[in-house]
Design a protein around this ligand. Structure first.
Ligand code: ZN
Ligand code: ZN
Length: 115
């Protein structure tokens, strides 16, 4: 898929998107959600520091990542493709196209993105 670099920044709530988005441990030991931005088609990767895998916050039998996936299914995800799209606000929290969305079916993967 081609990253649409020329798409101007716009704060758009895209609602629920089908994905696929993956959830795995980041190199820093946090939760990393990755996928393709539904708007600009760029690869987006965002680190989340709550519900971190391996910190003992999980009590379920399906493992910490499954619990984190449940938490993150309620979160709004923002495009963080790291390309400064045209009209990107200087104070933007996420460097991307401004799109945001929800993912209900995060696919949990191991370190490095392998299932
Ligand atoms: Zn985007
Ligand atoms: Zn982008």
């Amino acid at each position: 898929m081609t990253h649409l670099f020329d798409t101007a920044y716009a704060d758009r709530d895209l609602g629920e998107v089908p994905g696929p988005f993956t959830l795995g441990p980041s190199p820093g030991g946090h939760a990393l959600v990755q996928g393709t931005c539904p708007r600009c088609k760029g690869h987006t990767a965002t680190e989340y520091r709550h519900g971190v895998p391996g910190t003992g916050t999980a009590t379920g039998t399906k493992g910490p990542l499954a619990d984190t996936a449940r938490l993150l299914a309620l979160e709004r995800h923002y495009c963080e493709c790291r390309h400064p799209h045209p009209d990107l606000p200087p104070d933007a929290v996420f460097v991307g196209c401004g799109a945001s969305w929800y993912v209900r079916n995060l696919v949990t993967v191991g370190p490095g993105g392998t299932p």
